[in-house]
Design a protein around this ligand. Structure first.
Ligand code: GH3
Ligand code: MG
Ligand code: MG
Ligand code: MG
Length: 311
């Protein structure tokens, strides 16, 4: 059984997978009470391959932000109900939206008013009418920097997986979603077995390579909507939304089995590595209780002889 996971290949693939998110088209939320203005901005950006979502009712922005994965916001200044500055302030109050660039696009030519607007969480002020090239360049520049920074904040540099902090944050989000939509949810923890001896026998760089190869394998086997995090050194956490306990056990046990059979290229002989996994099913508990439960199950898997999945 071969997974095509040669040493260099693993590293290359991880770099590739990390880069894909950086190269995905930018996603821009356009907030403007004037439909004509909004659609003009939209068509300019769409022609440049940028994905857009228009909101003409400012009070709907927070709802749309929840659903539309936004890289950048283009914000009108003057709107009924709620102006651009007030709206920016509200958006910035949410931790998860702190790093989204907000670019004002308005006919307001008074520099004092522009500066006040930027003081309320705006990053830039563009005036209408704007040349399409100028708008596109601004979106690309701001979008790229924001994405790179965000990716460094939430990802683990060795594997490209989400880091501990982000994984826990995502668990809170998924718990809320599961509650709201009454979906099942599973949280799983994985820990490589006897990893110390891998390091001791084959060296630390080989240990790192095993961690990367498991990270890659998990990425290949799980869905895009699942969250995979590097929880600690040789520990991983997985959030499986909309997945029942039986399906999760079946899937994780299959992954465990296949991983345990993979040959990790090493000198003088190839090596085989196993992991243990503990999982917990969401039952109205909070994220902390869920992760404590998964941790307990992992402990049971270790005590039960390792290389197994326990609930
Ligand atoms: P167990 O089956 O009980 O989990 O045994 P173990 O040896 O895996 O247990 P333990 O958690 O005590 O050891 C984990 C080791 O993983 C200790 C540490 O040296 C190593 N380690 C942690 N992070 C890294 C890393 O980033 N790279 C490498 N190569 N090793 C790491
Ligand atoms: Mg307006
Ligand atoms: Mg450990
Ligand atoms: Mg271990």
């Amino acid at each position: 059984y071969t997974h095509g996971l040669e040493a260099g290949h693993v590293i290359e693939r991880i770099e590739q997978l990390t880069r894909i998110t950086l190269n995905d088209p930018y996603r821009v939320l356009i907030v403007d009470d004037s439909k004509a203005q909004a659609y003009f901005t939209q068509s300019t950006l769409n022609k440049a391959g940028i994905i857009t979502q228009v909101v003409t009712k400012p009070l709907e922005v927070m709802d749309v932000l929840e659903k539309f994965d936004t890289d950048l916001i283009i914000m009108d200044m003057y709107m009924p109900d709620c102006n651009g500055m007030e709206l920016s302030k509200v958006i910035r109050q949410q931790e998860k939206y702190v790093s989204i660039p907000i670019i004002y696009l308005s006919a307001e030519g008074d520099i004092d008013k522009q500066l006040v607007a930027m003081g309320e969480g705006g990053d830039d002020f563009l005036t209408k009418p704007i040349k399409p090239r100028h708008l596109i360049m601004t979106v690309r520049n701001r979008g790229e920097r924001a994405r790179t920074l965000l990716s460094r904040m939430i990802r683990d540099s060795l594997t490209g997986l989400y880091n501990h902090t982000y994984t826990l944050q995502q668990l809170q989000t998924e718990v809320m979603r599961a509650e709201e939509y009454e979906h099942p949810l599973v949280f799983a923890m994985i820990d490589i077995d006897k990893f110390k001896s891998v390091n001791d026998t084959y060296g630390h760089p080989m240990g790192d390579r095993v961690i990367k190869s498991l990270a890659l394998f998990l990425k290949q086997r799980l869905r895009k909507t699942d969250t995979i995090g590097r929880y600690g050194g040789e520990e991983f956490a997985i959030i499986l939304p909309n997945t029942g306990q039986q399906a999760a056990v079946g899937l994780l046990d299959d992954i465990r089995e296949h991983f345990s059979q993979m040959k990790q290229p090493a000198h003088p002989t190839d090596l085989q590595v196993t992991f243990s996994c503990g999982l917990a099913m969401f039952d109205g508990s909070n994220g902390e209780q869920l992760s404590a439960q998964a941790d307990k199950a992992l402990y049971a898997a270790k005590n039960g002889g390792r290389n197994c999945v326990k609930v």
